[in-house]
Every structure is written in C-alpha cells, then in structure tokens.
Design a protein around this ligand. Sequence first.
Ligand code: ZN
Length: 304
Amino acid sequence: MSTATVTTIMDLCEELWPASYAESWDTVGLAVGDPAAPVRRLLLALDPVDSVVAEAVDGGYDMLVTHHPLLLRGITSVNAGTLKGGAVHALIRAGVAQFNAHTNADSARGGVTDVLAEVLGLTGTTPLAPTAEAPAGVGIGRVGDLSGPQTVESLARRLAAVLDATVTGVRIAGDPDAEVTRVAVLGGAGDSMFDAVRGSGAGVYITSDLRHHPATEARDTANRTDGTPHLIDISHWAAEALWLDRAADQLATAAESAGHEIDIAVSRIRTDPWTVRIDQPLDSHSGPAPAGPVFTDPSAPTED
Ligand SMILES: [Zn+2]
C-alpha cells in the first residue's frame, strides 16, 4: 500500500466519473490544491458550503471531494473577505485540496441518477438525454419501468420513506391516484427536461426544484386523456445525498485495487438550506379549487 496523492484521487475519480461527461456549462475537477500533495484522509460531501469546508479543515482531512462545484462561475479575485475567497483561503491554509464531480457524476453509469433509480426499483433504465460521444447508458436523467403499476401517491410515499427527511418533503402535481409503470427521474433541478420526459412516455416525472411556471405549464400540456406525466417534486439535497455512500464505496474500492490506503468519510452535515415549514390548513386557500386533487392527506395509509 502506498500513499495516494491528489493526482491519484483525481485519476480514480476520472475512472468513475469522466470529466468529459459533464455538461458544457458545468465546472468539474480540482478547484483548490496541489496535485502532488499526499492524501491519507478524504471527506466526501454534497456541497462545499462553509460548514463543510470547516469540517474538512477542523477534521484534518487532506482532500474534500464534493458533488456541487465550489467555483461554478469565473471569479476575478480570491479576496478572503468574500464567500468563495474565504473558502479558498481556509482550504489552502489547512492544506486541504478541493475537487468535485457534478453533472459527470449525475450522468455516469452507477452515478447519482442511477442510485435514485435503483431505490425506486426501476429496471431497463436509459438516459433521458444521452451524453454525446459517451458510452450507451451515460446521460442526464433516467427513464425506466417499475415491476408493475403503482399509484403516483404510493411512489411518492416510497420516496418519502427512503429519502432523508426534509422540510420541503415530497410533493405531487397531478393525480395521486393515477397508476404508472414508466418513471422518469432526475436528481437535481429538472425543470428544463420536460420535452425529453414527454418523449420518454413516462407516466410520472420525479425531480427537484420544480418552479411554478415550468410546473404549471407541464400540467397544462399534460396528456389530455391520462394526465401524464404527473410530477413528484423531491428535495434536491435529499435526492443527491443518497449517492454519497455509494460514491464513497466506489472510491474506496478503486483506491484499494490501485494499492492505496485512504480513509474516506462521508460528511453528515445537512446542507439542505430549508429549516422550517409552517403547515397551513388547506381550507385557508382562497380562490377556485385546483382542478385535480393536488393536496393529499398526510395521515392517509400507504398503499404498499
Ligand atoms: Zn445537484
């Protein structure tokens, strides 16, 4: 067993989540660090926010590998008095390298989206938007089939059970009682993918960060006969945090077979920004009732 370097980790990550799979607008790879520096202890996390940077620094880690980028857009200063500059200074001062695998990890086989598709029991999955010049199966989102028809609500309840609890919870747009077999899923912000979802024949689309206008337009353009695709909105953080343990296992296995001993930990800091939800009685809503049964009774029994 030999000591790994930042370069070693970058090479292992490239095998798992090739940078060429990343979307053109994305930033992936090494943001901070000396490629030649040794890495004995590595921290894996979803977001390189201040609390996670502090965990890496205070915990004596040599490298922080995240899903979301620290520096997505170009910067012209690393002034320590700014948010990003402060993080860069803290990392360099403590000798912590920072690397990320974002849409390349979303798109890779066995990556973020596949982990989410697996917990739903989807089979025969293919990408919603295949990545150009990548092997088959690589791309953004997945569409696949359940073993049999399930109601949209039972699927939403399954998600509520397997995902970490969040204040935003799990929401349905459309008919909770509709039965679906074909499911489209995208772990991150997915409201730019409706054309691909409609083209996939999915009965339901599970994604995060659905905004008002894309969601209402998607309902207005849903299939007139069966209302598909119905929508299930899940927490961006919870949907992607599901992947961290898998990524840690994959990285540990790859490091070991390359002859390196690395202590890999997964951050348990919740980086979901939402902290409180104020529940409102539904009869407080003014105006006409929604066309479909949008709200469901959270105390209703599960169907499966
Ligand atoms: Zn994300």
